[in-house]
Design a protein. Structure first.
Length: 198
């Protein structure tokens, strides 16, 4: 028989996670051109793990661990909001806001799951393991990819320059040299097309 108190905690967490669908990002979807929400972003990243995992720098990559990190990594934005990668003022307070959110949101779970999920989130944030480095590379590639396929919509809206994009995302190479090379070519093409300031 199920532990009803534990199940109730888990269901509260799942209900809380539904709020991620209401957190909107700067990136636009390629077809409707509406802003992407965080849940869509997380799903897209998980699909990218399945498709692009072979391009990780680490041949023995634990893809399940990468998937776990990516499905959890943005839950903190339910409280902290999505901070645009080029918003320096927002970035100055992001870590503190997200740490507080992680404590509250993962704290909704039973103690063992709360500890497991928080450890996965902390691993993603620290970018020390091959799995975290690859997860972080995909997390940076995906919005760049959407920008490149929406004529640089978010980049242009915020006056972002190609050198900023390259500097902000260079850590992608730690997780996948191949995907970083692809991203550099994508940024260069966007700049040449006038979709990103050179």
């Amino acid at each position: 028989m199920a532990d009803t108190a534990r199940l109730a905690q888990q269901m509260r967490f799942i209900l809380e996670a539904d709020r991620l669908k209401e957190v909107f990002r700067q990136s636009l979807l390629t077809q409707s051109r509406r802003r992407e929400n965080d849940a869509e972003h997380s799903w897209h990243l998980c699909l990218m793990v399945l498709v692009l995992g072979e391009h990780a720098n680490c041949p023995s990559l634990d893809r399940l661990r990468v998937l776990q990190m990516l499905i959890l990594h943005d839950l903190v934005e339910i409280d902290a909001g999505d901070t645009f990668a080029y918003d320096e003022a927002g970035l100055a307070t992001r870590q503190e806001r997200e740490m507080r959110a992680a404590t509250r949101i993962f704290g909704l779970l039973p103690t063992d799951q709360a500890a497991e999920f928080r450890a996965l989130w902390d691993e993603f944030e620290s970018r020390q393991t091959p799995e975290a480095k690859f997860a972080a590379a995909l997390d940076r590639l995906q919005p760049m990819f959407l920008n490149a396929h929406t004529e640089g919509a978010a980049w242009r809206r915020h006056g972002v320059k190609s050198r900023q994009v390259l500097a902000k995302n260079a850590h992608m190479a730690e997780g996948s040299a191949a995907l970083w090379d692809y991203a550099v070519r994508m940024v260069e093409a966007a700049a040449a097309a006038g979709h990103l300031e050179p």
